[in-house]
Design a protein around this ligand. Sequence first.
Ligand code: ATP
Ligand code: LTN
Length: 334
Amino acid sequence: MSDSEKKTVLTAAQPSGILTIGNYLGAIRHWTSMLDDNDCLFPIVNMHAITVPYTPADLRLRTRSLVAQYIACGLDPEKCTIFIQSHVVGHADLAWVLGCLTPLGELQRMTQFKDKTAKGAPLNSGLLFYPVLMAADILLYNADIVPVGEDQKQHLELARNIAERFNSTYSETFKIPEPQIATTGARILSLQDPNRKMSKSDENQGAYLLLTDEPDQIRKKISRAVTDSGSEVKSGPDKAGVTNLLSIMSGFSGKSVEEHEAEFVGKGYGDFKKAVGEVVVEGLRPIRERFEEIIEDKAYLDEVLKSGADIAQRKAYKMLSKVHRKVGFVERFR
Ligand code: ATP
Ligand code: LTN
């Protein structure tokens, strides 16, 4: 496919910790399958990360670590653009212009904002403005497709509304981005509470499996995973724990859930959990090993980030100058 026929795919994650197998199976692995046929951009959104309390030294480490995790998961920097949001001039600038087109009420209605404020977190205006910055991330690169989880659907809808409002207020400028929502089957649940999704910010470390967990940690966490009453290894609505372990197993083995169910007819949860543990250990081994190599290779990471920022910056400048022209800012003298 020629470069001009390729669609622009853009999606982002916050550097809020090490990725879980939920992030990998439900999102990143899917992104890796889009690299050949699309122009893919993966900003690491460190500017979004400072909307909640955080420690600067941790943020710096986590940002570089997320780049290494991405590459270890198969986001090959030769085939896509990985960059740090704050390295590119334009995200905050565009967000400002878009914010001036966004009624306050629309931001106050965002459920993520309402959830975060309901938890009693100290409020700053960045948290309210968060979805406008996200819209800027997307529109700055005229993204066609934005793969996101169900929880980001409302933010994406807002980004589409803002793009339409800009186009009708000034003139046709932005493409209206299409969400690509992960299917519900891709939802990996907490090992400790299968009514909740597996989340890297869970307070209970036994609830998630991280990409960097060592084999023994993986085996231990799976052996302690909550299962259901009964002893049959079978998926079903009243067997959320076993169903979750089966989908994790199937995610890593490439075999179907039914095939795995057949393997465990007449066997108990003990044997099943041991087998799930081994499949996950082997599935994560190459990712963890690759991650350990990359995170030590400072020069390589710097090079990936420099080249990513250069590519993104060229695109961002183009769009930003167009927007500045349209909204009536005097052109800068060169
Ligand atoms: P946090 O705990 O910081 O809120 P998270 O781990 O819940 O983070 P995000 O960083 O918000 O997840 O998500 C990155 C991507 O991973 C999104 O596309 C999201 O839909 C996907 N994702 C997150 N958790 C899961 C999960 N348990 N199963 C499937 N996909 C997931
Ligand atoms: N809000 C998203 C992260 C995010 C994003 C984006 C996703 C910031 N900018 C642009 C897609 C496109 C989240 O918390 N997962």
